[in-house]
Design a protein around this ligand. Sequence first.
Ligand SMILES: NC(=O)c1ccc[n+]([C@@H]2O[C@H](COP(=O)([O-])OP(=O)(O)OC[C@H]3O[C@@H](n4cnc5c(N)ncnc54)[C@H](O)[C@@H]3O)[C@@H](O)[C@H]2O)c1
Length: 318
Amino acid sequence: MRVLITGGGGFIGIRLANVLAQGGHTIVLVDRAFSDTAIRLAPRGAERRLADITDRAAVWAAIEATRPDGIVHLAAVLSGISEIDPPLAFDINVIGTFNVLEGARKFGVKRVVATSSIAAVEMPADSPPADEDVPLAPLGFYGMTKATGEAWCGYYRRRFNLDTRVARPGAVVGPGREAGSATSNFTTAIIAEPLAGRRYVCNVREDDSSPLVYHTDLVDGLARLFLAESVSSPIYNLGACSATAAALARAVRARIPTADIAFEPDDVARFVVGQWRYIVQDNRRAERDFGYRPRFDTPEKLVAEFIRESQAALVGAR
Ligand SMILES: NC(=O)c1ccc[n+]([C@@H]2O[C@H](COP(=O)([O-])OP(=O)(O)OC[C@H]3O[C@@H](n4cnc5c(N)ncnc54)[C@H](O)[C@@H]3O)[C@@H](O)[C@H]2O)c1
């Protein structure tokens, strides 16, 4: 298949592009900029196109010129920036999603996978594991944009029979992720910083937590969701486990005894992820429908894999 990936120069986009390219699919990456790292990591033969997702004409021109069989829509700004710059987040996450969906409809693209986030789901109190049918109640601006995107995907499915498929990932953990703009990046930085021998001051409370997913598991889930012949649900959770910051710190200290981790919560970070402690994602629908089974489904396995992957990369770089 020919696959157009928006946000194709981003953390998930490049990794997903490689997995799909290995499966023989033709890749078109669309982003507003490609870093040197993105260019280096992009699969050989992938087409790179510059387009701002808020520029309707440019997005439609990219779709018209490349005529993809399907689109994976990842372009977005994440929670940290969304809370600081709501107009930007609205334009990119909401209008950008509309531009992609309408472009897909206009040019006869059959399938669109879009990434929402567990941030679209907030739990005011302890509750059973959240499946895809729990009512959306986002607290932060980012979650608002993601809930809106889900609703627009639902509209295009209902009205035009466009095969829209929404993924709801947990916070993504993986080497390189700590530099991103998600407030949930503490879940990666709490491993990466001690691993680099640096002190880490965590900006949430020890009992704040997050639903987590290791990047390789998420990319596997997205590829499966995209490639499935058909799906029975418009939305799929793609998570692995939930952990408090304290549990992550414990798992890190067990492997890096010298780890120096302190907690100095700040208000914005606590506002954005503070309610997440109540969410445990139920991923059974994705397992049933397309065989999604995250390999790293405990904080301990996740930390161990992070360290293994980071050290393997260092050896590879020598
Ligand atoms: N990282 C997480 O923890 C997480 C969790 C849940 C969902 N998601 C979602 O997954 C998707 C991919 O996230 P990621 O982790 O790869 O983030 P990322 O920031 O690494 O990638 C996003 C990409 O979108 C691009 N982009 C931003 N604004 C753009 C614009 N105006 N026009 C064109 N491109 C633009 C960026 O340049 C970047 O390459 C996003 O939709 C995100 O909301 C991420």
